[in-house]
Design a protein around this ligand. Sequence first.
Ligand code: PRP
Length: 214
Amino acid sequence: MRYLTFALTKGRLAQQTMALLEQMGISCEEMKDKSTRKLIFTNEEYGLRFFLAKGPDVPTYVEYGAADIGIVGKDTILEENRKIYEVLDLGYGKCRMCICGPESARAYLQQNQQIRVATKYPNIAKDYFYNTRNQNVELIKLNGSIELAPIVGLSEVIMDIVETGSTLRENGLTVLEEVCPLSARMVVNPVSMKMDNARITELIHQMKTLLQQN
Ligand code: PRP
């Protein structure tokens, strides 16, 4: 039997996914060892392999077939726009993609002004401002701590993920518009879906059943 390889987004998504798989009787003890420098972990019983990757790299591994299955946030799927199948909403990692800024920036949106928008998600922002809002803006790509941008005057607003809203609150910012809801998804390589259809379909079915019970 060929190994089915999972690419998991490092961090909480990977932990929640391994917890879910464990409920299905699929465990990977090696992966729990925090001191290990190993990059890939195997479950011989089920013929599965797992590796951890940065979120934006997960759709890349899956598109090229280096991983058959990926676990990744919907935000990353939208941003990366890879040729992969999205097969299951896992329901965890729930948050929202939003336009945020100081309350005073609301008027710039209402008046469709040519503002600067800082974001880690330039493709999602481009689509939202140009196609949905028909607003011409200047996009500025950042790699983290996006909330800083309007505070220090780099941009008028940001497009970013809001989970609890506490980062915004603690920095005097607010949600000005909601773009879309987000959560963790399972994605599959299209060729793997054909070649290993029975195994992958069964896995999706089991995960879906478990998620409904949880
Ligand atoms: C994310 C996001 C926000 C924050 C939202 O950042 O970019 O900054 O979490 O969460 P909250 O609504 O619960 O406060 P992350 O911690 O992933 O780090 P980053 O700023 O380096 O992107």
